[in-house]
Design a protein around this ligand. Structure first.
Ligand code: NAP
Length: 241
């Protein structure tokens, strides 16, 4: 039995991963900002819930102290989506996206690094980028900047931590989670966005979680420094000329 930490464990992808790992018999620690929600999920899956706000350095440091024993894997699934034309983006928008998506990940990794280093067979870290880093989309400047920083973090840490800790990212296209639902506000819009993908549908939280689970597991033990697109081909394929 391995022990995994999922930050943003009550989000769409985080919760799907927590359920998968718990169902496979692993010890799972989930974090979120709301105590009742995170405790409820932890009780349901037989795991442990810890309240953590990644914007609060004290809260992240406390998380590091609360994790007991070796960590076989960390999935940092906290994230934002904030789509606005460039002219309307404020400095606060940029900072908030950067702090939650990139700096928060770095902070959490620093806080739990001793536990990740203790795992005997090595450990894994999974972060999240977005399809909007490889493919430019209008109104994505702030989130693409923040998620581009995540890619830099992944590659740097994968080199620095090899061979003991593997570090990878998943770059999804629009996926039906609470975050994704904020973007597609109607059935018509969901259909239109789905058609923009060579594999013409939106993503499901559980298929993103399945890849995260593989990257954290021994089956992913020769994968590091990668950014894996789960995006219906949107970042790389053009099927009509
Ligand atoms: N869904 C998509 O279309 C899509 C596309 C590209 C990339 N992604 C990325 O995939 C990852 C998973 O996203 P998702 O779709 O599962 O999103 P989600 O359902 O909205 O979950 C995101 C989680 O982020 C957490 N979070 C936000 N601010 C936080 C803070 N200050 N401190 C701690 N936690 C915070 C939320 O925690 P609370 O429970 O406390 O609110 C929530 O559980 C994210 O990094 C996202 O950016 C998603």
């Amino acid at each position: 039995m391995a022990q995994y930490l999922i930050v943003g464990g009550h989000g769409g992808v985080g919760e799907a991963l927590a359920r998968r790992l718990a169902a496979a018999g692993h010890a799972v620690i989930v974090t979120g900002r709301e105590k009742a929600a995170i405790d409820g999920l932890a009780a349901e899956i037989g795991g442990r819930g810890i309240v953590c706000d990644v914007l609060d350095p004290g809260s992240v440091a406390a998380l590091g102290k609360e994790v007991e024993g070796a960590l076989d894997g960390l999935c940092y699934a906290a994230g934002t989506i904030n789509l606005k034309p460039f002219e309307r983006l404020s400095v606060d928008d940029f900072l908030n996206d950067f702090n939650i998506n990139a700096l928060g990940a770095a902070r959490v990794i620093q806080a739990v690094l001793p536990a990740l280093k203790t795992a005997e067979a090595g450990s894994g870290i999974v972060l999240f980028s977005t399809v909007a880093v490889d493919q430019g989309f209008a109104a994505h400047a702030s989130i693409a900047m923040a998620k581009g920083a995540v890619v830099g973090l992944v590659r740097s840490l994968a080199a620095e931590f090899a061979p003991q800790i593997r570090v990878n990212a998943i770059a999804p296209s629009l996926t039906l989670t609470p975050l994704g639902q904020k973007v597609v506000t109607s059935e018509k819009m969901a259909e239109a966005v789905a058609k923009m993908h060579p594999l013409p549908r939106l993503g499901q939280a559980d298929e993103i979680a399945a890849m995260a689970g593989l990257l954290l597991s021994p089956e992913g033990s020769w994968i590091s420094g990668q950014v894996i697109g789960i995006d219906g081909g949107r970042s790389t394929l053009r099927i009509r000329s």
